[in-house]
Design a protein around this ligand. Structure first.
Ligand SMILES: [Zn+2]
Length: 184
């Protein structure tokens, strides 16, 4: 059975091989930080080109999925105290390039989610990598912060709705803080 074969093959791959078979080392230049050089975005588990969000990689040896950039950090710099998911106050791996699926070690740094939000506001995070393709993007603290800063920078409700695959009404509720009030 191909599924069984697939699992067996994956189980024999090292962490580095699991990451490298998913990463595109010929990714885009970060529009606002071209001096960082090209991103290395990871492709989604279902296949296809890199999407707008972190790529999850199943690690058989650990019996769990991990985000591509967390694996990239560990391989480049050793273990880190990251928590999974966007929890305020917990240290995690963040992106200098603002390209969420990017796994290039030089684009990564450790910080808290509130550092990330401050950083996004400071930069305005105008970077839009695969925005038009992210219809299925699920909202996270990260995205909500980005939506608010882009709206403050003049993006229309319609454009933001299309970018994040949600309605303009939903964007309006986010911007006016009727929802996601806990996010700075
Ligand atoms: Zn990058």
């Amino acid at each position: 059975m191909s599924y069984g074969y697939h699992r067996t093959r994956k189980a024999s791959l090292s962490l580095r091989q699991l990451l490298e078979e998913r990463v595109d080392k010929d990714g885009p230049l970060p529009p606002h930080r071209p001096e960082l050089d090209q991103c290395w975005p990871a492709c989604p588990a279902r296949g296809g080109p890199p999407g707008p969000n972190y790529a999850e990689i199943w690690v058989p040896a650990e019996q769990r999925t991990r985000s591509d950039h967390s694996i990239a950090w560990e391989l480049a710099y050793g273990n880190h105290p990251c928590m999974r998911g966007p929890r305020l106050g917990h240290i995690q791996v963040l992106h200098r390039c603002d390209n969420r699926p990017c796994a290039r070690p030089s684009h990564l740094f450790l910080g808290t989610m509130s550092d990330n939000i401050k950083d996004m506001h400071a930069k305005g995070r105008a970077a839009d990598f695969n925005g038009a393709n992210c219809g299925a993007a699920k909202l996270t603290v990260d995205i909500v912060g980005t939506i608010r800063s882009r709206r403050a920078a003049g993006d229309s409700l319609r454009t933001l709705g299309q970018t994040y695959g949600i309605s303009s009404g939903h964007i309006s509720q986010i911007v006016s803080r009727q929802i996601w009030r806990n996010v700075p």
